[in-house]
Write a protein of this length. Sequence first.
Length: 108
Amino acid sequence: MSFIYRKENFTTTQKDLEIFLDVSHPTINGILKRLEEKKFITTEMTKKDGHLSKTVRLTKKGENVLIESEKEKNLHEEALSAYLTKDERNKLIELLLKVQKSASEMEK
């Protein structure tokens, strides 16, 4: 949902989500169905350049959930890093990014 939140008008396509999340069509269908059941998103079929695509839009409820989860995430980050200096926090981020890059390369 955060991917959709960063898009213009909180709207994207199913295909863009598949690519971003690197998941199959059936997998994203299941995810979108559950999000729609919870009223976090809406979907509709649209025709663009002669092709049908599914447009996915974040609802106000979905937006509110994201905002609240971001607040919670920030509180947890602050609590977890309370005893670190600014330099230590920056170093931790640097190291975690290296680990993430290494993990990504291993998946290839």
